[in-house]
Design a protein around this ligand. Structure first.
Ligand SMILES: [Zn+2]
Length: 464
């Protein structure tokens, strides 16, 4: 036999590090770590025919400002648990159509702010206003915003002057992240799917019970409508490296009511998704969560658990749902991007009140996904209704808290029932106006083969 004198030496060279890895003592109690895996696409069959870019800016106020969301606040912020972010995801299809989604860890998107940002990015980058989405997480642990200049006696009030100065700077920051995200466009693959997460519950009283019933006012109402879907749009590099996820949930960010800046459960969900993925951006879009709160809520409900721990637990639940959505049978997302935007007239019940210009937006990703965005605090009935009415080959994603922040938007049911979410004084035409507009815009962005299934016909044929 021929000898191979070099082989024992080679084996030795390989054997020693292998043994060192196999028999290395993990710290007591720790699970041994497996070697890092190279990135792998979750959907290698899907062509990487998009371009995507992300950018973010820290928008935590450097000063301790008055905080938004609860009228009962008695003093400005006292600290920070988490940074607040403005994040942008820019997408470009094969034909060069672009979409930019900006998510904000803030209470809302004032209409004047949206207008100024939309004007600027149209002039600077040529991005049509219909192709710009500005969504707020509705965290109640962020600063108050003010778009109206401060004048006269109010100039002596730092609460107002600080809020105005912060909001002016915020506009610049948002324009900057939009420009950076567009500047970072690089080849990408898009897929989407959804998972479920259950901590949102309907917070309105059970109107099916008489008011004198002992449980009528006990929130949350387990029989009230909810939308527990967690849609997630995954962006990965052509080699499979995850780059970003845009995800949604329909629930108030009100686990917290303290005096520290924090993104609430959505802030923690984004943090958890990003922390073990270098260079990865997680962006949260609020759904139609106006009548939804995160439960359990507030420390006195769960003995020994603080509000902050509950916010982190809800954040973990949501991030876990997103992790599932990221790997579960990824559905391809193709182009082209088609977007339509309109400001419709919403009337108040009192005729002397001026109508409100209310933004409605529909964005289509080819025949795969449709994103419907609505302004202000929209109750869950809208989300459930549109998902039913537009059920079809394309996924349907409905966001509230987008491009406007002007109080609650009840459905006709909620308006008639009354209560907190019905108190803004809208006319009973509110739901019809919004539904008509969404259907009109949906038709504008859909080709003849991309219409929703005719569910009426399906129902008839099942019967027949
Ligand atoms: Zn709210």
């Amino acid at each position: 036999m021929r000898s191979h004198p070099r082989i024992p030496g080679l084996i030795g060279l390989l054997f020693i590090p292998l043994c060192a890895w196999l028999f290395a003592e993990p710290p007591p109690g720790a699970t041994p770590l497996s070697p890092p895996k190279p990135p792998a696409s979750v959907a290698p069959h899907v062509p990487a025919n998009w371009k995507a870019g992300t950018a973010l800016a820290v928008i935590t106020p450097p000063k301790m400002l008055w905080m938004a969301g609860y009228a009962a606040r008695k003093k400005p912020a006292e600290g920070k648990v988490q940074e607040l972010f403005a994040k942008a995801l820019a997408l470009e299809d094969e034909s060069g159509n672009r979409l930019v989604v900006v998510t904000l860890d803030l209470i809302g998107v004032p209409q004047e702010l949206r207008q100024d940002v939309a004007d600027h990015v149209q002039q600077t980058y040529g991005l049509p206003p219909a192709n710009l989405v500005l969504n707020a997480s509705h965290t109640h642990s962020g600063p108050q915003l003010r778009t109206r200049p401060v004048t006269g006696e109010d100039l002596k009030n730092p609460k107002l002057t600080d809020a105005f100065a912060y909001t002016e700077k915020l506009k610049t920051d948002i324009c900057t992240v939009v420009g950076q995200a567009l500047g970072n466009l690089a080849p990408a693959r898009l897929t989407w799917n959804k998972a479920r997460c259950g901590f949102a519950m309907n917070r309105r009283r059970d109107y099916t019970l008489p008011p004198e019933h002992p449980n009528a006012n006990k929130a949350p109402n387990p029989d009230g409508p909810v939308d527990h879907e967690v849609p997630a749009l995954r962006v990965e590099a052509p080699d499979g490296t995850p780059r970003a996820v845009l995800f949604g949930y329909a629930c108030h960010n009100t686990a917290l009511g303290f005096y520290n800046y924090c993104g609430d459960y959505a802030g923690f969900a984004q943090q958890y998704l990003e922390e073990h993925r270098p260079g990865f951006t997680a962006l949260f879009i609020t759904g139609c969560g106006a009548d939804q709160n995160p439960y359990p809520r507030r420390s006195d409900v769960v003995p020994g658990i603080t509000d902050l721990e509950l916010a982190m637990q809800h954040g973990r639940s949501l991030s876990n749902a997103v992790e599932v959505a990221l790997i579960a049978n990824p559905r391809p997302v193709g182009g082209p991007i088609r977007a339509a935007y309109e400001e419709i007239q919403l009337d108040y019940a009192k005729a002397e009140r001026s109508p409100h210009a209310y933004p409605v937006q529909v964005i289509r990703f080819g025949s795969d996904l449709v994103l419907i965005t609505l302004g202000s605090e929209v109750v869950v009935d809208y989300s459930l209704r549109f998902k039913k009415e537009f059920a079809g080959p394309a996924g349907v994603w409905v966001a509230g808290y987008t491009n406007d922040y002007n109080g609650y938007i009840p459905s006709l049911r909620v308006l008639k029932e009354g209560g907190y979410e019905a108190a803004a004084g809208w006319a009973e035409s509110v739901e019809d106006r919004i539904v008509e507009a969404v259907h009109r815009l949906y038709r504008q962005v859909s080709g003849p083969r991309e219409q929703a299934w005719d569910t009426t016909k399906d129902a008839k044929s099942t019967k027949g």
